[in-house]
Design a protein around this ligand. Structure first.
Ligand code: 13P
Ligand code: SF4
Length: 361
């Protein structure tokens, strides 16, 4: 916890509420759409965030998995692709990235002259940690001439060794844009890789066996039990989920309704929520998204497939740390110039292809 600045008590209160969620998952499920702060605490904090942002010429970006207060205070909220595009286009001289480290690094790669801050440097990603630049170089040596397609959930050093980056919104479009006879190394997510292979029909694609611990933890059993309890509901599944393959198998066997089941990025989920007329929608991804979905369409009951699917890295960014980032200019993201220059080519290809997925601004 940060000392000074007058928000220490508020942070202690906020953490006490989050601790209750961690030890009592059902409380977490019920509280997801609510603030841990009181309305007046939020108003004071949000005013200070906006005052400091204006003073520092900063834009605050938040991923859809951030806690509700941070989603609501941010100037832009969305999925990885949308936030990368905002970072590339913003006129602000400072970007405060409320998300995980690889996202802030991507913003820095795209906007090298801007100051990019992340409120906690320890906010990493278990999926990005599944492959290093050395491992990728070794894999490339085994497949000379292959095109390397890297999910945005990778370090800058891995991006620098890749030909093109993707996000869950544009992965299939990018793979389709690569000539059919070209061998592909797809990394690091095995479930996203299997999904892309399924929808593109690509056979010459090798897939790295990485996974995100949060999405891998949303199991086929979670899906079966939730669907059995809500048989009329629509279904939204993030392609990183461990259950994606079995969900689509269940669709093909007629056990799940094809017209009501979709595999979507977090931004795609928000867009779909906007248009939904269903009474209930079952959601398989990190539970932070529920706040954005519920804000987008208050007529729908959004139900998590697994209420414990919370990313501890995303939740390292707290309201107090956002304030500290703005007040003290911490923590600055640094990407060595040679790595940034190499990584930029693959990231720029990523942001030029596919639809922009706002995800609730
Ligand atoms: P999106 O690109 O769908 O926002 O996903 C990012 C992520 O980290 C998923 O775990
Ligand atoms: Fe990484 Fe998984 Fe967290 Fe997304 S949810 S940031 S993939 S650890």
């Amino acid at each position: 916890m940060v000392e000074g600045g007058g928000y220490g008590d508020m942070d202690a209160h906020w953490w006490a509420s989050r601790r209750t969620e961690m030890t009592n998952p059902s409380a977490s499920a019920e509280r997801t759409a609510e603030y841990a702060m009181t309305a007046s605490e939020y108003a004071v904090w949000a005013e200070e965030v906006h005052r400091l942002a204006a003073e520092k010429d900063a834009v605050v970006l938040a991923h859809n998995y951030q806690v509700p207060e941070i989603q609501d205070v941010a100037h832009h909220v969305g999925d990885s692709l949308y936030l990368s595009r905002v970072a590339a286009e913003t006129d602000a001289s400072t970007i405060v990235f409320c998300g995980v480290h690889f996202m802030a690094e991507t913003a820095k790669i795209l906007s090298p002259t801007k100051k990019v801050l992340i409120p906690d440097l320890a906010a990493g990603c278990s999926l990005a940690d599944t492959i290093t630049a050395d491992q990728l170089r070794e894999w490339k040596a085994q497949h000379p001439g292959a095109t390397v397609v890297a999910y945005v959930n990778t370090t800058a050093a891995v991006k620098a060794e890749s030909d093109v980056c993707i996000t869950s919104s544009n992965a299939a479009d990018i793979v389709r844009s690569i000539p059919e006879d070209q061998e592909i190394l797809f990394l690091p997510d095995q479930f996203l890789g299997a999904h892309v292979q399924r929808v593109t029909g690509r056979s010459n694609m090798h897939i790295w066996m990485g996974e995100c611990h949060v999405h891998a933890g949303i199991s086929p059993t979670d899906v079966r039990l939730t669907v059995a309890a809500h048989p009329e509901a629509e279904i939204m599944v993030h392609p990183e989920c461990g259950c994606t393959t079995s969900v689509l198998e269940m669709v093909s066997h007629g056990d799940l309704p094809a017209d009501r089941t979709r595999v979507l990025s977090t931004g795609g989920m928000v867009k779909a929520a906007e248009a939904s007329t269903a009474a209930e929608v079952l959601v398989a991804t990190e539970i932070g998204i529920l706040h954005q979905l519920r804000k987008t369409n208050a007529n729908v009951n959004f139900i998590p497939m697994n209420a414990k699917a919370s990313c501890l890295y995303m939740k390292m960014i707290t309201p107090e740390k956002v304030l500290r980032a703005l007040r003290d200019d911490v923590f600055e993201i640094v990407v060595p110039t040679d790595i940034a220059n190499k990584a930029r080519r693959s990231v720029e290809r990523m942001i030029s292809i596919g639809n922009s997925s706002r995800g609730g601004e």
